[in-house]
Design a protein around this ligand. Structure first.
Ligand SMILES: [Zn+2]
Length: 138
């Protein structure tokens, strides 16, 4: 059922690279993530719990080396927190459902699309491509 709350994976079920970012708040190396240049349409899910986080419609080429989005699929599905680590004042983005650290949001996104850049680690995302499998219940 679509409304069923996704159940997060246990920490010991997570691949090491996912654990490091989602649970320890680390950042994957730029231009190494599997979704940096991904162009397929669909919805990006939380790699830990399957919560729907970002739509491919808001993804854009930021040339920063990480998948970048102008806005979340639903603001209620992500959590924003001030992050003063690394000597920078940033806003950290995490999954509202399971608390996985996802990345950071910056104010240097496309001005004509709201000016935000959600800079998200590929390892924290899982793309569910649209057009594959059943699309709805009808
Ligand atoms: Zn999650």
């Amino acid at each position: 059922m679509p409304n069923e709350k996704p159940k997060p994976k246990n920490d010991d079920e997570l691949p090491e690279e996912v654990f490091r970012v989602a649970r320890l708040g680390q950042t994957e190396r730029p231009f190494t993530g599997k979704y940096v240049n991904e162009k397929a349409m669909g919805i990006y899910l939380c790699a830990v719990c399957g919560h729907e986080l970002f739509s491919s419609e808001t993804k854009f080429d930021s040339n920063t080396g990480w998948p970048s989005f102008t806005e979340p699929a639903d603001p209620a599905k992500i959590k924003l927190e001030t992050d003063n680590s690394s000597g920078m004042k940033r806003t950290a983005v995490s999954c509202q459902n399971c608390g996985a650290h996802l990345g950071h949001v910056f104010d240097d996104g496309p001005q004509d699309r709201g000016g935000k850049r959600y800079c998200i680690n590929s390892v924290c995302l899982e793309l569910k491509e649209s057009g594959k499998g059943p699309t709805d219940d009808t």
